[in-house]
Ligand binder design. Structure first.
Ligand SMILES: [Fe+2]
Length: 437
């Protein structure tokens, strides 16, 4: 695809095609009431309704129950999803799916809920040692063998984008870190995105999830071009994480414009529905983009942050888990340092991303790309009262080595960095991420 953007110029031995996958998407206020009819259209008659304990009593889940009942669909509810799911918690959900003869799944919740549903559907249909479907070297690198039960995903936060992707993030307890199952077979069949679900979210959760979707979008736009990944010999070998491509560019740039314009407004004023609707749409678009592209270093490095965090707990999140850093915060605290480092490999794209996010790039030279991008992110972090780098979540320079060792196992995401990256580079980025202001 050298015709319209040099970033995708074909390279010797590089991929010369990309594949776009996405669920059928329904977006709009009140659309949770459509779940029942959509489930019927997928041939569902006995549904597993998957959610978490906090959401189980919400009007959102009640609306879905009502919609399923109105459509004459039987359902049983599993509300035991663990925030930040583990192999053990996913297998618990799998056992629930095995307990009855379900013919479909409806998930209602944030990324933890939707990712739990995806993982449980895999182990229900294709039982295996848990690491089988994770990428090497952590797992066996075995592809998910085929389709799973139909799945309708209904997000209740404006960040994860999981309803749009074939990716499931699960923490492997024996390795104490999160890894990803990536397969087109676990992409939900339907995404029903109802922005009314985030009307009542506390500002802290809107902030964390908004920075997650912001980073999805910047990471997509600045990721290694798909044409710099090796050419595959058959379509089934083409990865979900296939690198930046013209399709992911569309969603990523629009998501950046929306998050740049509305994130601070949506955090500052819970009654600003225009801002919250726009953040929900931005998260959906960013999910659509990274579901076909993959993220890179900020996400790879975030898993180290969430593993090693010691003395931090976030307001408005469950407090019974001990130290906990919300995913969006674990991602964004390293992002400015990362983009300062990656910019030299793709300066124009960093500048374009920064401009979409609202930075003034007039007069900026390519050598300024990293700084311009970092400064815009830092300004938004300050305005939304996000912790100041790693130091803000209780980590310091002395943790950089352990953080880098933890992150270095995320080989596919690290390979999606536009700039070739070794373990020591990651350690240096963690050191540079300790404090920004
Ligand atoms: Fe994320």
């Amino acid at each position: 695809m050298g015709c319209c953007h040099h970033y995708f110029d074909l390279a010797e031995g590089g991929a010369d095609a990309f594949t776009v996958s996405m669920p059928r998407l329904t977006f709009g206020r009140g659309t949770l009431a459509e779940v029942g009819e959509r489930a019927l259209s997928r041939g569902m008659s006995r549904v597993a309704l998957i959610t978490d304990a906090a959401l189980s009593g919400s009007t959102h889940v009640e609306r879905v129950r009502q919609s399923l009942s109105d459509a004459g669909i039987e359902f049983a509810e599993y509300a035991e999803v663990l925030i930040e799911p583990t192999d053990r918690s996913v297998l618990d959900a799998t056992a629930f799916l095995k307990s009855a003869d379900f013919d479909g799944v409806v998930s209602v919740g944030g990324g933890s809920v939707i990712d739990t549903a995806k993982g449980a559907l895999v182990y229900l249909r294709y039982p295996a040692t848990f690491t089988t479907y994770f990428g090497k070297p952590v797992g066996d690198g075995v592809a998910v063998p085929g389709p799973v039960l139909p799945h309708i995903a209904c997000p209740t936060t404006s960040g994860t984008g999981s309803e749009m992707t074939g990716l499931s993030v699960i923490r492997l307890e024996h390795l104490e870190t999160k890894f990803v199952i990536a397969s087109g077979h676990i992409m939900p069949d339907e995404a029903i995105v109802d922005p009314a679900t985030i009307d009542s979210l506390p500002a802290t959760i809107v902030a964390s999830s908004g920075f997650d979707s912001m980073s999805h979008a910047i990471e997509c736009y600045t990721a290694r071009a798909y044409s710099r990944w090796p050419k595959v010999d058959r379509p089934g070998a083409r990865a979900q994480i296939q690198g930046a491509n013209p399709w992911s560019d569309l969603g990523a740039l629009e998501a950046l414009k929306l998050v740049g314009k509305y994130l601070v407004r949506g955090v500052a004023d819970v009654t600003d529905l225009e801002a919250r609707d726009s953040l929900m749409w931005g998260a959906t678009l960013a999910g659509m983009a990274f579901g076909n592209c993959g993220t890179h270093l900020p996400h790879a490095m975030s898993y180290g942050v969430s593993n090693l965090v010691k003395g931090f707990s976030a307001p408005d999140y469950p407090t019974d888990r001990g130290p906990f850093v919300p995913h969006g915060i674990s991602v964004i605290v390293t992002s400015p340092a990362v983009f300062r480092w990656t910019a030299q490999a793709a300066p124009e794209r960093h500048l374009e991303a920064a401009a979409a996010l609202g930075a003034d790039i007039s007069g900026a030279a390519v050598d300024d790309a990293g700084e311009v991008t970092a400064k815009r992110i830092i300004a938004l972090m300050k305005a939304a009262r996000i912790p100041n780098g790693l130091g803000g979540v209780g980590l310091g320079e002395s943790d950089a080595g352990a953080l880098a060792d933890s992150a270095a196992r995320q080989s596919r995401a690290i390979g999606n960095s536009p700039r070739d990256c070794a373990r020591d580079d990651i350690a240096a980025m963690f050191t540079a991420a300790v404090s920004y202001w």
